[in-house]
Structure formats: structure tokens, C-alpha cells
Design a binder for this molecule. Structure first.
Ligand code: P6P
Length: 337
């Protein structure tokens, strides 16, 4: 059978499910081509002038890598002319980027973490791009970047699409438009993303957890209890041995869970309690939560469903616990006790 490219898949979905407008199909196609360009830039590594620090800091106060800035520019330039978007927001920019007046505007808002896992770039470990798509509210004030922020502050349940590209041994695009999760692998010879898996289902149970153990002494009691129980293995209350993985690239860790199950935790800890967490709600937690739920998993802050949160700011941080449903329910239940 002919390979089902992303474009063919979106067209077929558009015909059969109606959840995909022509503009949304175009938006996803454009984002996928931007991810191809990012994959090529990353692949140059030390051969291109793309490694190391950019010499600037982002809104998070984090030193930007050259590839952070380049990836952000690739996504902005790819998306601003097409007429499908009203505005964009990024981890790398303090305020939203409005579609310039010389271009037509559309009805969607696009948010992204252009290159997540930057600390892994220079050591050649998988990194990724995360994106989330919202509808622009009717009558939204997009007169200035400052005014436009309000239009983005919608709960994760209002997302119309979400996805990530993981730049690893292969470049893979994982996507949902609210009708399950599909996986596309980049065929570099064709320059096309090709469907390689449909209707992803995450096992409800797992024996694999992902957390940065060096923060253990800072965690709240429910997470301490849960991790202690997993480490206790088959002789402990959970009655089975667990394995641990921590790539320190959310996209890589989430992709492992999408592929074979598991639980990922970046919980609140006393070091960062005032910030609200480590990971960002709008362009990390919400898109990943949408994908995980669409694949039959669960995603909470430990105390509530991530996608129910009403955002208070574009760069708001939240605790994240996501993956195999029975495990997420267990540790969330510990928080409720
Ligand atoms: P730590 C990468 O910087 C990131 O935002 C996520 O991709 C990743 O899960 C986390 O931070 C890693 O954090 O504390 O292990 O460096």
C-alpha cells in the first residue's frame, strides 16, 4: 500500500472526521516542515555553527543555545505568512508574536517550545519540539503583544491539536487532533513524514518510572512515599520490581511512555515551590497532557487534571505527573490522602 504521508493522513481524517479544517491541516503541515528544517539544523552538530550558547537569556532567565534561537526563528518564519494563524507564543519569547500586518490572519493560536531539552543538545542526546494549537477567541484583542497574551490563556481542554517532534536516531512526529494519537517517521529521502503507527494506547500499568532522583529530599510526602514504594520493588507494597529512566529531555521521556508506557514526574519540590513547578503549562504540560490522555493515559499536577487548569500567565509553571493511568491515579490519590 502507498505510504500514508502526513498530508494524505490529514486529508483522509478531514474527510472522515470533520475535526480538521483546511486551515488546521495547513498549520500542521507547516509545523511539520519547520520540524524537518530543525532536524536538519540539529543534524549538522559540530559541522555547522549551531552548537553552544547564543550569548542571550530567555524569559525564563535560562541561557539560550544557538539552536534554541534558530529553532524559534524557523517556526516563526514558517508560520507567520500562511493566513492560518492570529498569533504565536514561545518559551523563547517573553510576549506573543503577532502575525505582521502585511500577512493575512487566521483563526488559530500556535504555542511552542521550539527546542526542549537544550541541556542535551551539546551532548548529542535526543531533544524535541513541542507544540499546541488553540482557537483564537472571537473579538480577542490582538492590538499589541501585551494585549494578545490574554487570548492564549485557555485551559488545555480547549486545545484543537497538539504534538511533538523528537529528534533522535529517527525524527518522529507524534500528533493528536482530538481523535487519538498517530505517529509519523521522517523519511529523509522523500522529505516527508510517513504514518508508522495509529491509535496509540498506553498500557494502564507499568514497571518504569522517570524522575530526577537528585531532587528526592525536596519532594512532597506523597511523591516520597510513591517513589520509595517503587524502589522497594517486589518485597514492597506494590509487589513488583520497577526500572528507572531519566533522559532529562521531556520529549524523549514522554515518547518512551507513548511507545511502551511508564510514568513521568516533575513534581513540585521545596526548591521551586514559589515558581509553581519546573515545566511550563502552556507549551509543555498541556500539549503532552492532551497526547497522553488521547492515548489512554492520565496527566495531573498531583492534585488536579492538568488540562483543567485555567492559565494565569503564558509562562506559568506547573508540577507534572503523566503516563500509565493506574500509576498516575495511585500517586494522585496519595496527594488526596
Ligand atoms: P532536570 C529540559 O530542560 C526540561 O525542561 C525538560 O525537557 C526535562 O524533562 C527537564 O527540564 C529536565 O530537568 O532537572 O533533570 O535538568
Amino acid at each position: 500500500m502507498a505510504q500514508r504521508t502526513l498530508a494524505r493522513y490529514l486529508t483522509e481524517e478531514q474527510r472522515t472526521k470533520g475535526t480538521i479544517t483546511a486551515d488546521l491541516k495547513f498549520l500542521i503541515e507547516i509545523v511539520s516542515r519547520a520540524c524537518q528544517a530543525i532536524s536538519i539544523a540539529i543534524g549538522k552538530g559540530g559541522l555547522g555553527d549551531v552548537l553552544g550558547e547564543a550569548g542571550s537569556d530567555n524569559v525564563q532567565g535560562e541561557a539560550q543555545k544557538k539552536l534554541d534561537v534558530l529553532s524559534n526563528e524557523i517556526l516563526l518564519e514558517a508560520n507567520e505568512w500562511g493566513g492560518h494563524l492570529a498569533a504565536m507564543a514561545s518559551e523563547e519569547m517573553d510576549l506573543p508574536h503577532l502575525v505582521p500586518n502585511r500577512f493575512p490572519k487566521g483563526g488559530y493560536l500556535l504555542m511552542f517550545d521550539p527546542l526542549d531539552g537544550s541541556s542535551n543538545i551539546d551532548v548529542n542526546v535526543s531533544i524535541g519540539t513541542i507544540f499546541s494549537v488553540l482557537r483564537c477567541p472571537e473579538g480577542a484583542d490582538l492590538s499589541t503583544p501585551e494585549a494578545a497574551e490574554q487570548a492564549f490563556l485557555q485551559p488545555g481542554t480547549t486545545q484543537v491539536a497538539a504534538g511533538y517532534a523528537v529528534y533522535g536516531p529517527t525524527t518522529v512526529l507524534v500528533l493528536t487532533v482530538g481523535e487519538g494519537v498517530s505517529v509519523f517517521t521522517l523519511d529523509r529521502e522523500q522529505g516527508q513524514f510517513v504514518l508508522t503507527q495509529e491509535n496509540v494506547q498506553i498500557p494502564a500499568d507499568t514497571k518504569e518510572f522517570a524522575i530526577n532522583m537528585s531532587n528526592q529530599r525536596f519532594w512532597e510526602a506523597p511523591v516520597q512515599r510513591y517513589v520509595d514504594e517503587m524502589v522497594a520493588g517486589k518485597d514492597g507494597p506494590l509487589g513488583k520490581d520497577y526500572n528507572m529512566r531519566w533522559v532529562a529531555s521531556m520529549v524523549a521521556d514522554v515518547h518512551r511512555i507513548i511507545t511502551r508506557g511508564g510514568i513521568f514526574m516533575y513534581p513540585l519540590d521545596s526548591k521551586m515551590k514559589d515558581k509553581g513547578g519546573k515545566l511550563r503549562l502552556m507549551y509543555e504540560a498541556n500539549p503532552m497532557a492532551f497526547l497522553i490522555e488521547q492515548a489512554g493515559g492520565a496527566a495531573t499536577t498531583g492534585r488536579q487534571r492538568i488540562m483543567d487548569l485555567v492559565p494565569t500567565g503564558l509562562h506559568q509553571r506547573v508540577p507534572v505527573i503523566l503516563g500509565s493511568k493506574n500509576e498516575v491515579d495511585r500517586v494522585t490519590g496519595y496527594h488526596a490522602e
